[in-house]
Design a protein around this ligand. Structure first.
Ligand code: GUN
Length: 278
């Protein structure tokens, strides 16, 4: 069993981006919007700002109070859509319950939608005509590639069907000619389906969800989960201690997929600048 080092792979991606930005003397800005006091969101936003610093991208934080109205948020996005110094706009999710997430996502200009959450960019992903890569799934693909595994023809099982991870993950695997199965809470005999997987990607959001009986010997296991266990410790979806010995490769949590998502966000922000300069 070998651990996949997400920190090392993401550092290499960020270094490549930094060198390109420096070489071409690019002035790039990312606006990061955070609404309310979600602790996890605060950590993610801080990590995204740190990555910007490493890459030489300017970050502009808009920390809005919990009671921000939909109209105020839409007005900010409108201003940022028009701002020449802002190449990418990221609105950290989840938003407080009184705000309409879908409308906010659609308000971001598709040319600045570095999360690729907007329907225009999701549509482009479906047809394989990428403007922006979906950050977490693209990070997972980089981690799989880092192991030297060829995805073509492999049985891939994705657990979870969210718009942010599960669905775009299936598309990226499909575009590399994998045979892809997407599982979810209504899947019958989940363990049996998962055991078929040469590559198993879990994006469920429940600690200890993936157990050893769900994993084929020699599988590559990618854990997208970001959960807190009973002791409050950060952990993934995979019961690591019992699953790891069965795998050829496995990602740890933390230090697996998380850092890759952020590296892909940096890559999309650079892409946004290039698209806007065309
Ligand atoms: N919340 C959880 N993951 C993400 C992400 O990738 N982008 C944004 N904006 N919010 C998130």
């Amino acid at each position: 069993m070998q651990l996949i080092d997400g920190k090392a792979v993401s550092a290499a991606v960020k270094e490549r981006i930094r060198a390109e930005i420096e070489r071409d003397k690019l002035d790039i800005g990312l606006a990061v919007i955070i609404v309310g006091n979600n602790q996890a969101s605060r950590v993610y936003v801080n990590n995204k700002k740190k990555a910007c610093e490493v890459c030489g991208i300017k970050s502009y934080e808009y920390a809005l109070p919990e009671e921000t109205t939909q109209q105020e948020l839409l007005e900010l996005i409108d201003t940022l859509n028009k701002a020449d110094n802002v190449n990418g706009i990221l609105c950290q999710l989840p938003l407080p319950a009184h705000l309409d997430e879908k409308q906010v996502i659609e308000a971001i200009s598709p040319l600045k939608d570095v999360d690729a959450f907007n329907a225009v960019n999701v549509g482009k992903i479906m047809i394989g005509d990428y403007a922006f890569l979906p950050c977490t799934p693209a990070g997972v693909m980089e981690l799989i590639h880092s192991t030297g595994t060829d995805v073509c023809g492999k049985e891939c099982v994705v657990i979870g069907r969210s718009n942010i991870v599960g669905k775009p993950m299936a598309m990226l695997l499909l575009h590399e000619n994998a045979t892809v199965t997407v599982c979810h809470s209504r899947t019958k005999d989940l363990a049996e389906v998962c055991r078929r997987a040469d590559i198993l990607v879990s994006a469920v959001g429940r600690a200890d969800f993936v157990t050893a009986d769900m994993v084929k010997d020699g599988a590559v296991v990618i854990d997208v989960g970001m959960n807190r266990n009973a002791e409050g410790k950060l952990c993934g979806d995979v019961k690591f201690d019992e699953v790891a010995p069965k795998c050829s490769y496995i990602t740890p949590v933390p230090g697996g997929v998380g850092p890759m998502t952020i590296a892909m966000l940096m890559q999309n922000t650079l892409k946004a600048k290039r698209l806007q300069d065309e």
